[in-house]
Design a protein around this ligand. Structure first.
Ligand SMILES: Nc1ncnc2c1ncn2[C@@H]1O[C@H](COP(=O)(O)OP(=O)(O)O)[C@@H](O)[C@H]1O
Ligand SMILES: [Mg+2]
Length: 316
């Protein structure tokens, strides 16, 4: 389906145009998943860009994004398909009397009475599709077996109707925050990708990509601060989404550099537990990077890195 994805570098380039900074490992795994028609199982802590990867891929591939958000109790009828019972009932009531049971049944188990849920919707789409199965670890294990059948053959068998084959093989992204493990069978079907927290340089590039107006001094300090914070033993380490929110709130205060007061006013955008806020406040001086290191560096890297520059700096 996505034949024009002919290299990992192409994946990186397309993602970059949709504001996603990929490294070589990520781009290579996405490339292989697309090439081999295998679902991609993306794991990693919250806020490192798992869901956003699927969004950016859909944009980059000009594909429709179909999303299945998982939760406890999610079953086949909400994930794959279900029959529209009300419509079937209405149809039977309005049908002329005297029809045989077999005749009536033939009419109500047709595509017209089928409610396509995300997986079936993705299979039936005439457009190319990126199917995002988000936070699969939140759902129950039974759902995995339904998905397995669908994702290994890219088809769904509906007892009353027959087998529905996918019109185009979608690019499937399954995400997990590792709250539980998956079956070996599911893991075997998928290519696996772990996204860790970004390093300082990558995070700074991501901050500047999302907040174009931020100064190199502030983006450098924020990225370094995060690097130090993630080495602490906190209850919940901040992800990239929190970093961006935090940088945004610092900008909202018109602050041009990090200092104790700015950090104290905005820290709730970064940390979500009071115990973490206290732990950070007790070490605030050593966490704030020295401004001098950044003022020197800023002059040299005033401009946002262009596409070639970014690809060169991040492995390509
Ligand atoms: N590699 C990246 N390039 C650009 N932005 C990123 C990247 N990774 C994460 N982000 C930013 O971080 C935010 C949070 O990512 P998200 O996909 O919601 O995390 P997750 O699904 O892993 O919890 C995204 O909305 C995006 O703004
Ligand atoms: Mg997510």
């Amino acid at each position: 389906m996505f034949n024009y994805l002919d290299s990992a570098e192409k994946v990186s380039r397309l993602l970059l145009r949709h504001d996603y900074l990929a490294d070589r490992k990520l781009a290579m795994t996405v490339f292989l998943a697309a090439k081999m028609n295998k679902p991609l199982l993306v794991e990693g802590p919250a806020g490192v860009g798992k869901t956003y990867l699927a969004r950016a891929l859909a944009g980059a591939l000009k594909a429709v994004l179909v999303r299945l958000q998982c939760y406890p109790g999610l079953d086949e009828s909400k994930a794959l398909y279900e029959w529209n019972y009300q419509k079937q009932l209405l149809c039977l009531q309005t049908a002329r009397e005297g029809r045989s049971w077999a005749e009536a049944q033939k009419n109500i188990y047709t595509e017209e009475f089928l409610l396509a849920r995300p997986v079936l919707k993705a299979f039936m789409s005439p457009e190319p599709v990126v199917l995002l199965i988000d936070e699969l670890d939140k759902s129950d294990e039974e759902l995995e077996s339904f998905l397995l059948e669908a994702l290994s053959e890219f088809q769904i068998s509906i007892p009353e109707l027959g087998t529905v084959k996918s019109r185009n093989v979608p690019l499937v992204i399954i995400t997990s925050n590792n709250s539980r493990d998956f079956s070996d069978a599911l893991k075997r079907r998928c290519l696996h990708l772990h996204i860790p927290f970004p390093g300082r340089e990558r995070e700074e590039a991501i901050i500047r990509m999302h907040l174009r107006g931020i100064s190199p001094v502030l983006s450098g300090q924020v990225a370094e601060f995060l690097d130090r914070v993630r080495k602490m033993a906190l209850r919940k380490l901040p992800g990239i989404s929190e970093t961006i929110d935090w940088a945004r709130s610092i900008l909202a205060l018109n602050a041009s550099e990090l200092d104790r007061e700015t950090v104290q006013c905005t820290i709730n955008a970064l940390l979500k537990y009071e115990e973490d806020v206290s732990a950070l406040e007790s070490r605030i001086e050593e966490l704030i990077p020295d401004i001098d290191a950044y003022s020197n560096r800023a002059a040299k890297r005033e401009a946002l890195p262009g596409e070639e520059d970014a690809l060169a700096r991040f492995d390509f």
